[in-house]
Design a protein around this ligand. Structure first.
Ligand SMILES: [Zn+2]
Ligand SMILES: [Zn+2]
Length: 215
């Protein structure tokens, strides 16, 4: 997997408030979230020679502009776009002009080895991804508005957890991360510095351009 949009960036990539990462699973190319700006997403994809039409699947975590704003850069006919079913009908209608929109309410497998937690949370609904890797399940979050603890709880129903990557929002029960082997706090993680300091041997510093080999 590669981070292609984040509040921080590696040399050669643009940073901006938002999140997006690309996931290769077998022969499937998935983009999870799209950052805020189509131009910055397109720029960062260009830096790794990824054509904008390579993705067969897009998963949008929640309806906030810093996760959906770059969608136009990668939207093309024939792809499937998984959104929480609570997304506004205006948004879904616009995307459905070009691609197939699939509403997600419950936890389910969306492509082989990739699961969604389903729509979680009370006021701000959000879905996260769970990747089945040789090391165990890796959770990918957007902003984690429903609470990282809740997300990890649902993700664990798919199998033993290995790691978590993405925005952790205001999550502060940092001791709960102790059982994980890979922790990559990105985007809107309020306690990013504490997490990096607390678990130096299993954390990685997130940034656009970063590659994570998950097996
Ligand atoms: Zn966000
Ligand atoms: Zn958000």
């Amino acid at each position: 997997m590669r981070i292609v949009y984040d509040n921080e960036a590696q040399t050669g990539f643009k940073s901006d408030w938002g999140f997006s990462c690309m996931i290769e699973m077998g022969d499937r190319n998935i983009l999870f979230d799209t950052g805020s700006s189509r131009d910055i997403l397109a720029f960062n994809l260009q830096q790794v020679n990824v054509e904008s039409d390579v993705f067969d699947t897009i998963v949008l975590s929640h309806e906030h502009g810093d996760h959906t704003g770059g969608l136009d850069a990668v939207l093309h006919p024939g792809m499937r776009v998984f959104v929480p079913s609570s997304f506004s009908s205006n948004f879904k209608r616009a995307v459905a002009q070009i691609a197939e929109v699939i509403d997600v309410a419950l936890p389910q497998e969306i492509v082989p080895g990739v699961y969604t937690t389903g729509e979680l949370g009370a006021w701000q609904k959000e879905q996260s991804l769970v990747l089945d890797t040789p090391n165990g399940m890796v959770v990918v979050t957007g902003c984690a508005h429903p609470g990282l603890e809740t997300i990890l709880g649902v993700a664990a129903t798919f199998g033993g957890l290995y790691g978590v990557i993405g925005g952790f929002h205001s999550f502060d029960k940092l001791e709960l991360l102790r059982e994980l082997d890979l922790i990559v706090p990105c985007h809107c993680t309020a306690h990013k510095r504490e997490i990096l300091e607390l678990y130096p041997e299993k954390t990685k510093r997130c940034g656009a351009g970063m590659v994570l080999e998950l097996g």
